[in-house]
Design a protein around this ligand. Structure first.
Ligand code: MAN
Length: 428
């Protein structure tokens, strides 16, 4: 009985080719190499006797009958690479004297000895992967911190904006009042000038001219409100003032409040004291405040990521020297290129986040830089990658005046998914 079983196994082995012995095929393909007597080329084009598989003669157009030899030009050999990751190589590399698979299975004609380096490679790759995962975890920790900072910076800027708007409205009220006072003072001045100039001829004219001369302290031929105010009280009525002089003085003092009136100083006198210079100063302060508000509104209207994780980059610039150029990236603002000869050109102004829908914050687009010689305006695309530092990693110009660069930042880190990240066999 035992004898019959042994004979049956021997016959079965002879008839059925054990696909585990077929070199150069993956586990997934083994089912196609289990024919009894024939083999169907994988492209379905031909049926050949099974003993023509891996017989070092190419029968199938797709090279599928020679997975383990170099016979077919278009064939491919599967490296199992146990301990590392499997891969395919061109069949022409089988038995060519060079070890391509780390398990050395591609050199099976015993002419070349290939040490198995898969385990080593696997260990190295696992170590690199683990280091990368640790870096992502560290990056995520930093990112959480940056989010916190971003949120409080955002709040700070909102408060700043509120304060500036309050200041602006205060300044506006002050300026309006100041302008009104100035208008009143100007009207007074015009009236004073009218009083002094009206008696054109005769004694009245002479008196007016004399009073004008007394009031015109700096002798520039014109009277300011200050001069009138300062001088009019000095027009002493020593009993010798003529009737006209008394009338003129009454006109002047009636229209203008005397100086040093104390806390009750009228609008006209206070406006006279402030004068043009104050008005200008106030207008300048108002414009500066308006500009600060505009800048802040612009900053606050920018998208800094779903949790404001990129806000910390605002106002910062990152440099990198590549050959004769120093590149400077100022996120949310602009990119420049400065040559060693000193000229600095714009490589674009901040436009928008340009990442794909699933990762919108992975790219930044800068456009509208200095025009390229006989070409388009310079543009820059920045790719953001995860890391524990914030730094410009590299800059390239793949097409003329089209720049690409990588900015490494913890804010680009994404929470790791524990499953499905293993690239290396761990079964070994
Ligand atoms: C300068 C630089 C280069 C660019 C050329 C185009 O040399 O901005 O990056 O390619 O101009 O003329």
């Amino acid at each position: 009985m035992q004898y019959y079983i042994l004979v049956a196994v021997a016959i079965w082995s002879a008839v059925f080719v054990d696909s585990r012995n077929i070199r150069g095929i993956s586990l997934a393909y083994r089912k196609f190499y289990k024919e009894k007597k024939t083999f169907l080329c994988l492209d379905g084009s031909k049926i050949i006797p099974f003993d023509q598989v891996n017989d070092d003669y190419c029968d199938c157009l797709d090279g599928s009958d020679e997975p383990g030899t170099a016979a077919c030009l278009n064939g491919r050999f599967y490296c199992t690479n146990r301990g590392f990751r499997p891969s395919y190589i061109q069949s022409s590399r089988v038995n060519d004297g060079i070890c391509d698979c780390c398990d050395g299975y591609d050199e099976h004609d015993n002419r070349t000895r290939c040490p198995n380096t898969c385990r080593n490679l696997g260990q190295q790759e696992r170590a690199a992967l683990e280091a990368e995962m640790r870096a992502v975890d560290d990056g995520m920790r930093l990112k959480r911190q940056l989010i916190k900072e971003g949120v409080s910076m955002w709040q700070e800027k909102q408060n700043q904006l509120k304060d500036l708007r309050r200041i602006l409205s205060g300044l506006q009220t002050k300026l309006d009042a100041h302008r009104e006072r100035k208008l009143e003072a100007d009207a007074h001045q015009a009236k004073v000038m009218g009083v002094l100039k009206s008696p054109e001829d005769g004694a009245g004219g002479e008196i007016a001219a004399r009073i004008f001369g007394q009031l015109d302290i700096n002798k520039d031929g014109s009277l300011t409100v200050d001069e009138v105010q300062a001088g009019v009280v000095n027009l002493q009525d020593d009993g010798n003032l003529t009737e006209e002089e008394v009338t003129i003085k009454a006109d002047l003092t009636g229209d203008l409040d005397p100086p040093d009136e104390g806390p009750g100083t009228s609008a006209a006198s206070s406006a006279a004291r402030h004068g043009e210079a104050d008005l200008k100063e106030m207008e300048e302060a108002l414009e500066t405040t308006r500009a600060e508000i505009r800048d802040l509104e612009k900053v606050l209207s920018t998208d800094y990521g779903s949790s404001k994780e990129f806000l910390y980059l605002q106002g910062q610039c990152f440099q990198l020297v590549v050959y004769e150029y120093t590149y400077s990236l100022c996120p949310f603002s602009h990119v420049t290129q400065k040559s060693s000869t000193g000229a600095e050109v714009s490589l674009g102004k901040w436009q928008y986040w340009a990442g794909p829908p699933e990762q919108p914050y992975s790219r930044m687009e800068f456009e509208g830089g200095v025009p390229c010689w006989q070409g388009p305006l310079r543009t820059t695309l920045v790719t953001l990658t995860c890391g524990t530092e914030t730094a410009l990693r590299w800059v390239r110009e793949p097409a003329k005046c089209r720049y690409v660069m990588e900015l490494r930042t913890p804010s680009a880190c994404e929470q790791r998914r524990e499953a499905g990240r293993r690239g290396v066999h761990s079964e070994l």
